[in-house]
Design a protein around this ligand. Structure first.
Ligand code: SAM
Ligand code: GLN
Length: 282
């Protein structure tokens, strides 16, 4: 039996050979063995138990074929919560955690201690809706997606995380219009990748294309939302979007075109890249 140290050493080399980050193997083992990193360091020279070794080798093979580690594990972490993921939902991204943080702080500023209503359009795994709802109990949260399979996953995630979110299947804002709901906060991380863009195989081969591509320039879903948002937002409200790092300028233009009375700001992610757009009506 190899020790933890030998196993990680060999597996990390294999990862590098397949152009995966070197720490992939360590991260996978930590999740699989349900260990804290420090515990692993303390046990570096111990032999790896057979059951862990077997599952590790099976999972590593898939990871070396560029299948996302989150699919191999069956879950992903987002904002401190555990989310089931599979090929029907986008794996929630770290940038989107930053969007959640900004939403929570803007809610505090604009609606301190008020009972408000929010919707997450294109909720996927439910990552945004569930995290926002659990962090801010004053919010009555709705979430929509065109994919019924995604909504199934999101419902399971809400249950597992004890979140109170109402899910609706349908095209963009339509389910909210049909239900005659008005919201104070409209959130969306829609598909925003231009349809011709070439993506890594771990993304394009394993993640749902309906979650990725946003038409020729990647902006078609924002146009739909800007065009129709007045049907569902209250007079005093804000909208929060994730977007591509190179879409800031085009997004500001769209806001001026469709919503000239609103104020808007582009916010950067932790890597200093334009990543979020907030639009305020007050
Ligand atoms: N909100 C999740 C997140 O941030 O991790 C998923 C975001 S993913 C980029 C976009 C989501 O929009 C996918 O779940 C996809 O199924 C959904 N979607 C695509 N087209 C849609 C449409 N016309 N109406 C509603 N949802 C749509
Ligand atoms: N950030 C995702 C990616 O790079 C795309 C998410 C989206 O289109 N909203 O694959």
């Amino acid at each position: 039996m190899p020790t933890f140290k030998q196993l990680i050493h060999d597996a990390s080399l294999q990862c590098v050979e397949r152009e995966l980050p070197e720490q992939t193997a360590l991260t996978y083992l930590v999740e699989l063995a349900q260990l804290q990193r420090v515990d692993l360091y303390m046990n570096y020279d111990q032999e790896v138990p057979t059951d862990i070794l077997e599952s590790f080798n099976i999972g590593l093979k898939r990871i070396l074929n560029h299948e996302p580690m989150q699919h191999v594990l069956g879950y992903s972490w987002f904002y401190g919560y555990k989310f089931k993921v599979n090929s029907n939902v986008l794996i929630p991204r770290p940038e989107t955690e930053e969007l959640v943080s900004y939403i929570l702080s803007r809610v505090d500023e604009m609606f301190p201690n008020q009972d408000i209503t929010a919707v997450d359009i294109g909720t996927g795994s439910g990552a945004i809706a569930i995290s926002v709802s659990n962090e801010e109990k004053h919010i009555k949260m709705y979430a929509t997606d065109i994919s019924a399979e995604a909504i199934e996953v999101a419902k399971e995630n809400a249950k597992e995380n004890d979140a109170d979110v109402q899910f609706l299947v349908g095209d963009m804002l339509q389910p909210i219009v049909d239900a005659k709901l008005k919201v104070d906060v409209l959130i969306s991380n829609p598909p925003y990748i231009p349809s011709q863009e070439v993506l890594e195989s771990s993304v394009v081969d394993y993640e749902p294309h309906v979650a990725l591509f946003g038409g020729k320039d990647g902006l078609k879903f924002y146009r739909t939302i800007f065009e129709n948002c007045k049907k569902i937002i209250n007079e005093k409200s804000f909208m929060a979007f994730e977007m591509g790092w190179d879409q800031g300028e085009a997004m500001m233009k769209l806001v001026h075109e469709y919503l000239p009375e609103a104020t808007a700001e582009v916010l950067q992610d932790i890597n200093g890249k334009d990543r979020m757009l907030f639009v305020y009506f007050k």
